[in-house]
Design a protein around this ligand. Structure first.
Ligand code: GTP
Length: 597
C-alpha cells in the first residue's frame, strides 16, 4: 500500500472508558469481523489466541476504509494502559501519526490519560478528541467537550461524540481519522528501518514481534539484524493482522505488521529497537531506544518452601514474555529461599505476583518493595543498592541519591486541601496546579518514588473517596537523608523487615514494626525483646512476655495418649515455624507484618 493511503493511529483512554468496545466497533464497521462473529469482545478473547497458535495482540489491527471513493488502510495500534509502562506507551505512540483521545462523557479525563496525551503531544501526533458513551443518561458531553477543548486548545465543536456501544458516530470518526491523521513519510529506497513497538511470546511460534516500517521494505526469508545488539535472525514470516494474522510478501514504508524469526525470548526482540537488513543495512538506528530498567525491587518467597523450584520455573516462563522482569536467588533468615525481583513499578510487581499465584498455583510472600539507591561512600566508592541488606554500614556513607517522580493528580477541587496535605507528608514538592474546568484541578508534585510505592495510591483514593486519579513518571535522582532500620528479635536482626527510610520516618517505621510483631508473635517460654535499630542505636523497643505454664501441666500427668497427642500437635505447629535465634515465629506472623494495611 502506498504511504499516502495509510493512516496509523492509536486510542488513548483510561481503563473502562471504552477503548476495547470502540476497537471492536471499528472492526465490525470496516467489515473485518462480521457482526455475528462478534458475540463477546473479539479482541480480548484469550482462548482464540490459543486455538490459532498465535498471540493476537489486542488492537494492532489493519482496517480497510473507503473515503470519497478512495481506499485507505488504517492501522490501529494498541497502547498499554498501565502507569508502569510509560516507555512501551511512548514506543507505541512513536509508531503513529495520530491519536484518538477517548474520554468517557460521564466521567471526564483521568490523570493517566492526560499523561499519555502529553506524551502524544510531545511526539507531535495529531490528536482527535472524542467523547464516548454519549448514550448514557448521565453523560454530560457539553461540559466535557469544553474541558477537552481547554486542555488541547481546540474548539468544543471539534470534539467528536460517539457511542462505541451503539455505534453512533463511529463511521464519522473513521472518516475524520482519514482526513485528519497525516500519512506516514519515509524513504522507500533506503535500507530498511522498522521500529519494534511490541513483542509477545507465543507458545507455538516463539516471539511475535510487532513493527512499524519507517524506511525501505521488510520481506520474508531475508536476514535481519537487531540494531541494539547486532544479533541477526532469519525471517520466517512477515504479516499483517486483520484481525487474524496473515502472512504477506512484505511490509513497506508506513506499514504496520508482525514478524517471526523463531527466537524464544522477548529479550531478543526488544521494544524500541530498530530492525534492519543484515546485508547493506541501515547504519543509524531510529532514535529513542532504551533498555528496560527495573525501578522497584521486592523479595518473592513461596509460603511453602518446597515450592521453590516451581517458583523458579514460573519466573523463567514469565520472563520469556516480559523483558523488564529481572530476578536472582536470595535467601532470608526469616523466609528461606526465594528471589529478589526487579520491576518497572508497583503495578508491574502486583501483576507479576498475581500471575505467579493464579497461573502457577503459588502462594507467595513479598517483602516490602524498595527503590534503587545510589550511594557514594566517603572513600569515593559508588554503590547501587537494590536490597536493604546490601546497605553499607552507617559511618562510611557520604551521599545517598534516591529516584524521584513527577506525579500528576486529577481531582474535584474540593479535595485540594487533603491532597496537598498527603503529598507534603510524603516529602512532596508542589510543581504547579491548574483548573481543568470550574470544579476539577490538576496538581503536579515532585515526590520520592519510595513514598509512592508505599501505600500512596490507597491513601489518595481513601482521602478523596475514590475521585482522584494518579499518574507518575520518573524524574531523575535527588540526594536524601536516608537510613536503614533493622528489626531485631532477641538481638537477632530479621532481614526481611529491614527497610531504607527517610531519617524523619525512621522512628515511626521502627515503632510500627515492633508493635505489630509484638501482637503477631505468640508468647514463648522466655521473654523476647523486639527492637528497632539504626546501626547500633536502638530507636524502639517492645517486649513479648514469657508464658509461665507448660502445656503438659494441663494433662494431670496421667493420660499418656492425650499427652502424646499434644506433643504431636505441637510438632505439627513447629513445621510452619521459622526460628530466628531462639525465637520461634509462625510463618503467618511474617506474612502479616509485611502486608501493608
Ligand atoms: P480496559 O479493557 O479495561 O482497558 O477497558 P476499556 O477502556 O477497553 O473499556 P471497555 O471497552 O471494556 O468498556 C468498559 C465498559 O464500558 C464496558 O462495560 C462497556 O460495555 C462500556 N461501554 C463502552 N462503550 C460504551 C458506550 O458507548 N456506551 C455505554 N453505555 N457503555 C459503553
Amino acid at each position: 500500500t502506498p504511504p499516502e493511503q495509510i493512516r496509523n493511529f492509536c486510542i488513548i483512554a483510561h481503563i473502562d472508558h471504552g477503548k476495547s468496545t470502540l476497537a471492536d466497533r471499528m472492526l465490525q464497521i470496516t467489515g473485518v469481523v462480521e457482526e455475528r462473529a462478534m458475540r463477546a469482545q473479539y479482541l480480548d478473547r484469550m482462548d482464540i489466541e490459543r486455538e490459532r497458535g498465535i498471540t493476537i495482540k489486542a488492537q494492532n489491527v489493519r482496517l480497510p476504509w473507503v473515503l470519497d471513493g478512495q481506499e485507505h488502510v488504517l492501522h490501529l495500534i494498541d497502547t498499554p494502559g498501565h502507569v508502569d509502562f510509560t516507555y512501551e506507551v511512548s514506543r507505541a505512540l512513536e509508531a503513529c501519526e495520530g491519536a484518538i483521545l477517548l474520554v468517557d462523557a460521564a466521567q471526564g479525563i483521568e490523570a493517566q490519560t492526560l499523561a499519555n496525551l502529553y506524551l502524544a503531544l510531545e511526539k507531535d501526533l495529531h490528536i482527535i478528541p472524542v467523547l464516548n458513551k454519549i448514550d448514557l443518561p448521565s453523560a454530560d458531553p457539553d461540559k466535557y467537550a469544553a474541558e477537552l477543548a481547554h486542555i488541547i486548545g481546540c474548539e468544543p465543536t471539534d470534539v467528536l461524540r460517539v457511542s462505541a456501544k451503539t455505534g453512533a458516530g463511529v463511521r464519522e470518526l473513521l472518516d475524520e481519522a482519514v482526513r485528519q491523521v497525516p500519512a506516514p513519510v519515509g524513504e522507500a529506497d533506503a535500507p530498511a528501518r522498522a521500529m519494534i513497538f511490541d513483542s509477545v511470546y507465543d507458545t507455538y511460534r516463539g516471539v511475535v514481534t510487532y513493527i512499524r516500517v519507517v524506511d525501505g521494505r521488510i520481506s520474508p526469508r531475508e536476514k535481519i539484524r537487531m540494531m541494539s545488539t547486532n544479533a541477526t535472525h532469519e525471517l520466517l514470516e512477515v504479516g499483517i493482522i486483520s484481525p487474524e494474522p496473515k502472512a504477506t510478501k512484505g511490509l513497506g514504508v508506513g506499514e504496520v505488521g508482525y514478524l517471526i524469526t523463531g527466537v524464544k525470548d522477548v529479550r531478543q526482540s526488544k521494544v524500541g529497537d530498530t530492525v534492519t537488513w543484515e546485508r547493506r543495512g541501515a547504519t543509524e538506528p531510529l532514535a529513542g531506544y532504551r533498555e528496560p530498567k527495573p525501578m522497584v525491587y521486592s523479595g518473592l518467597y513461596p509460603v511453602d518452601g518446597s515450592d521453590y523450584p516451581v517458583l523458579r520455573e514460573a519466573l523463567d516462563k514469565l520472563q520469556l514474555n516480559d523483558a523488564a522482569l529481572t530476578y536472582e536467588p536470595e535467601t532470608s533468615v526469616a523466609l528461606g529461599f526465594g528471589f529478589r525481583c526487579g520491576f518497572l513499578g508497583l503495578l508491574h510487581l502486583e501483576i507479576t505476583r498475581d500471575r505467579l499465584e493464579r497461573e502457577f498455583g503459588l502462594d507467595l510472600i513479598s517483602t516490602a518493595p524498595n527503590v534503587v539507591y545510589e550511594v557514594t561512600l566517603d572513600d569515593g566508592t559508588e554503590l547501587v543498592v537494590t536490597n536493604p541488606s546490601d546497605w553499607p554500614g552507617g559511618s562510611k556513607i557520604g551521599d545517598v541519591r534516591e529516584p524521584v517522580s513527577k506525579v500528576t493528580v486529577l481531582a474535584p477541587s474540593e479535595f485540594i486541601g487533603v491532597i496537598m496535605e498527603l503529598c507534603q507528608g510524603k516529602r512532596g514538592v508542589l510543581l504547579g496546579m491548574d483548573y481543568l474546568s470550574e470544579d476539577r484541578v490538576e496538581l503536579r508534585y515532585n515526590l520520592p518514588l519510595a513514598e509512592i510505592i508505599f501505600d500512596f495510591f490507597d491513601s489518595l483514593k481513601s482521602r478523596t473517596r475514590g475521585y482522584a486519579s494518579l499518574d507518575y513518571e520518573e524524574a531523575g535522582q535527588q540526594s536524601a537523608d536516608l537510613v536503614k532500620v533493622d528489626i531485631l528479635l532477641q538481638g537477632e536482626p530479621v532481614d526481611a523487615f529491614s527497610a531504607i527510610v527517610h531519617k524523619d520516618a525512621a522512628y515511626a517505621y521502627g515503632n510500627r514494626m515492633a508493635t505489630r510483631l509484638r501482637e503477631l508473635i505468640p508468647r514463648q517460654h522466655f521473654e523476647v525483646p523486639i527492637q528497632a535499630a539504626i546501626g547500633a542505636r536502638i530507636i524502639a523497643r517492645e517486649t513479648i512476655r514469657a508464658i509461665r505454664k507448660d502445656v503438659l501441666a494441663k494433662c494431670y500427668g496421667g493420660d499418656i495418649s492425650r499427652k502424646r497427642k499434644l506433643l504431636e500437635k505441637q510438632k505439627e505447629g513447629k513445621k510452619r515455624m521459622k526460628t530466628v535465634g531462639r525465637v520461634e515465629v509462625p510463618q503467618e506472623a511474617f506474612v502479616a507484618a509485611l502486608s501493608t494495611d
